[in-house]
Ligand binder design. Structure first.
Ligand code: SF4
Ligand code: SF4
Length: 259
């Protein structure tokens, strides 16, 4: 049974509503042809602001950071330094282009089918695209992806995909198309782990686990985090840190016997 058919059956069992698996299959095909690696559908009404209530279905699209694939395919041990360097820069120009192309094509498809939609782009530079940046602040890819069951939020405040951890770039479409939705996630799956908390040079991570019912409670002190980014930029010219995400990924790669 395909993922889409599974979503449809679960959604019909849970809600009794008629959904459109063929619509979902077409969207999934458009996304994967554009190069998207993770696709999921969720009911986003509880997770997003009231601005989006008229568009209750979320389509979450993810592209895996190239360093993760590189590390997974690599034979032999990888040094801590190489791992940190590969993963600490979250920017991924190719992934961003893939997500933007997928958003354009899905928007065209939904428009042609007569549905309303709003595309929330991948991370954007607020100086270059102020409108998109404004919308990004009112919208959470992370919230939409947890609604689609694509991962949970870790103690580091990032979305943890079960296989790729925090190293996935996200974009989202919200729409009124009747898509079959997956089961949402409601809380962290970090268990007793606290590696990101101890790895953070700023002491910025509170360590509290994420729970959807807590709403927008901050798990990371962004001012402390920004101070480290500023210092790193002055010292190296690169505005990156990512110690929390690297610690998380390292644990994941060790668990899967890659390191
Ligand atoms: S490092 Fe551990 S505690 Fe932090 S997000 Fe990853 S799994 Fe959760
Ligand atoms: S990016 Fe660095 S400073 Fe910011 S929360 Fe993660 S580890 Fe801490």
């Amino acid at each position: 049974m395909t993922a889409v058919a599974r979503y449809a059956r679960r959604a019909e069992e849970a809600t009794g509503r008629d959904t459109a698996p063929s619509l979902a299959a077409s969207i999934e095909a458009i996304a994967t042809q554009a190069g998207v690696e993770v696709v999921g559908f969720g009911d986003v009404r509880e997770a997003l602001t009231p601005d989006f209530l008229h568009l209750p279905q979320g389509i979450s699209l993810g592209v895996v950071h190239p360093a993760v694939t590189l590390l997974q395919n690599r034979r032999g041990p990888v040094s801590d330094r190489a791992l940190a360097r590969a993963l600490s820069d979250h920017r991924d120009t190719r992934g961003q282009a893939v997500l933007e192309a997928a958003l354009r094509r899905i928007a065209e498809y939904l428009r042609a089918e007569g549905y309303r939609y709003f595309c929330c782009p991948p991370e954007v530079d607020p100086m270059e695209t102020p409108f998109a940046a404004l919308m990004v602040r009112r919208f959470s890819h992370k919230a939409a992806a947890t609604c689609a069951g694509l991962g949970t939020v870790g103690r580091h405040g990032l979305l943890n995909h079960p296989e790729y951890g925090p190293h996935v770039g996200w974009a989202t479409v919200v729409t009124n198309a009747p898509l079959p939705v997956n089961s949402p996630e409601f809380e962290s799956r970090c268990g007793d782990c606290g590696l990101c908390v101890s790895a953070c040079p700023a002491g910025a991570i509170s360590g509290r686990p994420w729970r959807r019912e807590d709403g927008m409670v901050r798990m990371v002190d962004v001012d402390k985090c920004r101070t480290v980014l500023d210092e790193n930029e002055r010292a190296t010219g690169r505005r990156t840190c990512g110690c929390c995400a690297v610690a998380c990924t390292k644990a994941r790669l060790i668990e899967s016997s890659i390191l």
